[in-house]
Design a protein around this ligand. Sequence first.
Ligand code: P6P
Length: 335
Amino acid sequence: MSRVTLSRYLIEQTRCHNTPADLRFLIEVVARACKAISHAVSKGALDDVLGSMGTENVQGEVQKKLDVMSNEILLEANEWGGHLAGMASEEMDKAYQIPGRYPKGAYLLVFDPLDGSSNIDVNVSVGTIFSVLRCPDRNGATGDLGEEAFLQPGTEQVAAGYAIYGPQTMLLLTMGNGVKGFTLDRELGSFVLTHDDIKVPETTQEFAVNMSNQRHWEAPVQRYVSELLAGESGPLEKNYNMRWIASMVADVHRILTRGGLFMYPRDDRDPSMPGKLRLMYEANPMSFIIEQAGGAATNGTQRILDIQPTSLHQRVPVFLGSKEEVERVTAYHQE
Ligand code: P6P
């Protein structure tokens, strides 16, 4: 059977799920941008793209050269097509306005252009995370698009996905009808459907957390992680393994592939930062994907996709992955 490329998959989605043509175009453009980012990332030291810019982003994080390059690739790829009303990115303080010379469209694109970039210089998998929202009706307003247009709960996402730049470059995508995985065939130059119906196993024996933060966690998380570490002689009566790649895309991809629980809990270091991960372009898209694959995602007390955002770069605690474990750690927060 001939290989199903991303383009063919999107056409078939249009036929059977009435996917709007401009949403299909948007996904194609993002995928092409991810191919360009994959190429840039793979060059590493050959193209002097490693290392830092000597600047900080709005998060106060050191910007890697590839962070800035990836952000520019996504902006330049998406600004001219007429499918977007605006964009927002981890690397930009404010929403990005579509230049006046280009038509505007119905969607908002929110992204982390290169997640896990602290891993780039040590050649560990990194990725691009993206989320698609509809732009609210502007009632004829023509000025700059305000941040409030983006502040929609994750349930409003019409699509979400990530590219992972690892041994293979893959694109994981959901448009609300399950999760599909596409592997980049560099000879074809196309993403090819290789994982038709990705499901997160409901149970697991693997968890992902940065243990060095343990002293900062709240009591329910302290209890839960100590039970995981107690293994079969503890209350959970089974031994667990631990993985922490410190690249959300890579950790989530592993969980989509073989199950697991990913957590970045709230800690008491800085009350203004209830967690490290950002709601709009990390937690929401990953939670949409995980739920569409049969998993669960909460901030410890509520479903992440139900959170009403209050600011573009707000952070949230994240517990996502195999449903049984997410429900367990969330239940501990209720006690
Ligand atoms: P830590 C990468 O910087 C990131 O935003 C996620 O990709 C990753 O899961 C997390 O931070 C790693 O954080 O504190 O372990 O370095």
